[in-house]
Design a protein. Structure first.
Length: 129
């Protein structure tokens, strides 16, 4: 079933917020990797930094959710992104250790992989209306 107009707007806004979050994610990852932190830890720290930036932007702008913050929304958001973090760490480990892809490139690939998981989880579970 094709996305309705509202779904497309959410998706486009999600991609914009995702671009901002990804920039933060990748900057933190790149800096920590450059400081000598192991690539999985650097990736996890970058991921968390991106989530901290993305949550308020997604809540307020992407999905227009002006309701009070509830534990249910926060916990479901954390669950979606924790699932994505697990996928992220598994994917980056496979790409670096088995496919021998350079960590900076592998991290970018994992961000692309987890974008759809994040969108589907936030759209249909966290901020569903």
């Amino acid at each position: 079933m094709p996305l309705q107009r509202e779904g497309w707007i959410h998706f486009i806004r999600f991609l914009i917020v995702g671009g901002i979050s990804t920039a933060v994610n990748y900057a933190v990852f790149y800096i920590l990797l450059g400081l000598g932190l192991q690539y999985q830890w650097a990736s996890a720290c970058g991921f968390v930094a991106g989530v901290l930036v993305g949550f308020p932007l997604n809540k307020a702008w992407t999905y227009g959710d002006s309701s009070r913050m509830t534990a249910a929304v926060l916990y479901s958001y954390i669950a979606v992104y924790l699932t994505s973090l697990i996928i992220n760490i598994a994917a980056i480990t496979m790409l670096v250790d088995f496919a021998r892809i350079e960590p900076r490139i592998a991290n970018f690939v994992t961000i692309i992989i987890t974008t759809m998981t994040n969108f589907l989880g936030t759209k249909f579970w966290v901020f569903r209306k």
